[in-house]
Write a protein that binds this ligand. Structure first.
Ligand SMILES: Nc1ncnc2c1ncn2[C@@H]1O[C@H](COP(=O)(O)OP(=O)(O)OP(=O)(O)O)[C@@H](O)[C@H]1O
Ligand SMILES: [Mg+2]
Length: 329
């Protein structure tokens, strides 16, 4: 097993008390597999990703659970082990491009810094050759010339490719891509998905692909993790989750895409009525219960366990897919 996330809990200290960003998330990532993580804004996707790399800000802490890489607990790594884990084992494309680039450095300088961070003795010529190879691998045209350009001189799609190149510079086993295509138009999004799929097979790269957009996930994921309110709502093989969604939240996400037809977008999720839960005051039951037309007294009282029936899902309410129930009206 490459990566195991076991009942992860993360809190932030805030002026208004503790904020429960991740409340018990469990999943696995296998060699060379793409795990799609989907959920509305605030569901804890980025916090989970940053926790895997132990990159939480000062007010954040992992308060429960474990993260294991090839069987060893990442939470127990001393600083040295952490340095050879972040990057060479697990690399991330941050949701905010500003965390990948410094506007005052050329792309060549950014690549050089990343390459040298892991190999301080790397000769100049090799840095140059590897940088060009990384840009070519991510299909950045005129790689040699473009090393001398600054981030602002690239289009959004090209910048995204360069962010992928930077994340690959440490030759990772796992790439976490946090909403890598959100700001891009649909055609460019599709090209980035193709690139990630190409890298997956060429490098046997395992990918955690985080997005708001369930439609995009269907094109790339082998397995899908649906998050809501800092919890896993549903987890299983992509085809299972997409063809036979068990949790009403997943069904609602799918219905919101279908109701928009070809024109799905980041707005799709907002067509699920109601607002997301307040992470400062988590309710005792299923976090989706206040928005769920199928909610029972039982699922409002306590968070239902992850049920293991094909896919793992939290919904205790049996029944067939209620057609049209969640469609936009
Ligand atoms: N540094 C922080 N301090 C306090 N709260 C935080 C901090 N970072 C994140 N949070 C909170 O943790 C919760 C989960 O945030 P997270 O960024 O993981 O959501 P997300 O699923 O990635 O959303 P999005 O789709 O908008 O990126 C949110 O309520 C967010 O406000
Ligand atoms: Mg996020």
């Amino acid at each position: 097993m490459l990566l195991e996330i076991d009942n992860l809990k993360v809190e932030f200290a805030t002026g208004q008390g503790p904020l429960h960003a991740v409340r018990g998330v469990t999943f696995e990532l296998h060699e060379g597999e793409v795990l799609g993580v989907v959920g509305e804004s605030g569901s804890g996707k980025s916090v989970t990703a940053h926790s895997i790399l132990r990159l939480l800000p000062g007010n954040g802490a992992i308060t429960g659970g474990d993260i294991r890489f090839r069987g060893s607990s990442v939470l127990a790594y001393p600083p040295r082990a952490l340095r050879s884990y972040r990057g060479p084992k697990v690399s991330i494309i941050f949701q905010e491009p500003g965390r990948s680039f410094d506007p005052i450095y050329t792309i060549g300088k950014a690549l050089e810094e990343t390459l040298r961070a892991h190999n301080p003795e790397m000769p100049e010529a090799e840095v140059q050759a590897r940088s060009i190879r990384l840009l070519k691998e991510t299909h950045v045209p005129y790689a040699e010339q473009r090393l001398h350009n600054y981030p602002h001189q690239f289009s959004g799609g090209l910048l995204q490719r360069i962010m992928i190149a930077l994340a690959l510079a440490s030759d990772p086993d796992v790439l976490i891509a946090d909403e890598p295509t959100t700001a891009l138009d649909v055609t460019i999004q599709a090209q980035i998905i193709d690139l990630l799929l190409e890298l997956k097979s060429r490098r046997n790269l395992a990918i955690v692909f985080i997005t708001h957009n369930l439609a995009l996930i269907s094109e790339i994921a082998d397995r899908i993790l649906v998050m809501y309110g800092g919890l896993v709502m549903e987890y299983g093989a992509a085809r299972e989750v997409l063809d036979r969604p068990r949790h009403p939240y997943t069904r609602a996400l799918l219905a919101s895409i279908l109701s928009l037809g070809e024109h799905y977008s980041e707005q799709a999720l907002q067509t699920v009525r109601g607002g997301t839960p307040d992470p400062r005051r988590p309710e005792p039951g299923c976090p989706f219960a206040p928005r769920c037309p199928l909610a029972t007294a039982q699922c409002r009282e306590a968070v239902p366990p992850l049920l293991e029936d094909g896919t793992q899902h939290r919904c205790i309410v049996p029944g067939e897919k209620p057609e049209g129930l969640y469609a936009r009206d």
